[in-house]
Design a protein around this ligand. Structure first.
Ligand code: ACO
Length: 318
């Protein structure tokens, strides 16, 4: 039986940093409010003209280098993003052209903050059925482009970045399971209300009922981690690391409590990265792999929750 395993990780953050103190000068907020309600201290924001695919290409090349795979060897690209460079061609195909892996399937999907979890799940299945051997899985965003910088309730949260993993076939399971969910009844709690078909509003902006999103996120992520462990017949004590979506430190802490995991076993980057949506899980994973916390053989639980709502998990033997 073929399994997929993560052969390498990579990430990239744009150079420009906006701190909470910078935001104090832009909207009616304070560093203290942002840190205590969200855990965020600073975030990276793309430069003018710097696009989602620009960030993704850098993350992808780092992941490929870590995996020892040449860009031209990639045979499948799954790209999660809600902030594509263009309506079409899709970001996966734009990236494919830059990497020079001509002719291979490449696509992007828009499941908000769960974008990477969806892309990972699909790529895992292509590897397992033998139709892909060098899959590039991306989560990348320029959320700053759909953030209303005059709205204090959202401007303090969102940010830009990219993360990538390379999946390869393996005899032993790397990706043990993925579980995906969505529930459109919550569409009005978190959305960006412009689009090609509906038409573009004068200002493209994320709208969020933060408090209600918070409550549903905690409940759904709690169920998602239970589901992942039950499907694998594992007790929560088997986990080495939780690699959660980085939206809010209080949501992360609630999921860690549910798993009875000390925060030392949870990868937290929200203070440095803010909420980078589809990029947040692969970014956090790459940080912890590169700083040596996550090692080969460790058991990881990845999870994310976003607009839609959409959410998902992956249990991974790294
Ligand atoms: N600075 C100061 N005060 C603020 C700010 C700010 N930046 N933003 C809101 N406030 C005020 C509000 O106006 C309100 O004031 P009031 O009591 O006078 O009415 C007060 O602070 C409390 O507001 P709440 O919204 O209740 O604050 P809460 O503690 O819920 O924190 C937050 C808000 C951080 C948004 C939180 O609800 C959250 O993280 N929600 C979940 C976000 C998330 O997980 N999103 C999912 C993924 S995102 C995606 O898919 C793209």
């Amino acid at each position: 039986m073929i399994h997929s395993r993560i052969a390498g990780t990579g990430s990239h953050l744009p150079e420009k940093v906006i701190t909470n103190f910078d935001l104090e000068k832009m909207v009616d907020t304070t560093d203290e409010w942002i840190r205590s309600r969200t855990g965020i201290e600073r975030r990276h924001v793309a430069a003018d003209g710097e696009t989602t695919v620009d960030l993704a290409e850098k993350a992808a090349r780092r992941a490929l280098e870590a995996a020892g795979v040449a860009p031209a060897e990639v045979d499948f690209i799954a790209f999660g993003t809600t902030t594509p460079d263009l309506v079409f061609p899709n970001c996966g195909t734009l990236l494919q052209q830059r990497l020079g892996c001509r002719g291979v399937p490449a696509f992007s999907l828009e499941t908000a903050c769960a974008g990477f979890m969806y892309a990972l799940s699909i790529a895992d299945k292509y590897i397992r059925c033998g139709e892909a051997r060098r899959a590039l899985v991306i989560g990348a965003e320029t959320l700053s482009r759909i953030t209303d910088w005059s709205d204090r309730s959202t401007a303090v949260l969102f940010a830009d970045g990219a993360g990538a993993v390379v999946l390869e076939p393996s005899d032993a399971p790397g990706v043990l399971s993925t579980h995906l969910h969505s529930d459109g009844q919550y569409k009005d709690l978190l959305y960006c209300g412009s689009g090609v078909s509906r038409g573009f509003a004068a200002r493209l902006a994320i709208v969020m009922a933060g408090n209600e999103v918070f409550k549903v996120a905690v409940t759904k992520l709690g169920s998602a981690v239970d589901e992942a462990l039950a499907a694998n017949g594992l007790d929560r004590s088997a986990l080495d690391w939780l690699v959660p979506h980085q939206a809010n430190i209080r949501i992360i802490q609630a999921t860690a409590r549910k798993l009875d995991m000390p925060m030392e076993r949870v990868i937290v980057t929200v203070q440095e990265h803010g909420n980078t949506s589809a990029a947040s899980v692969p970014l956090a994973l790459d940080v912890a792999v590169r700083d040596g916390r996550i090692r080969r053989g460790d058991l990881l639980l990845l999870e994310a929750f976003g607009g839609g709502f959409t959410w998902g998990s992956a249990l991974v033997r790294y």
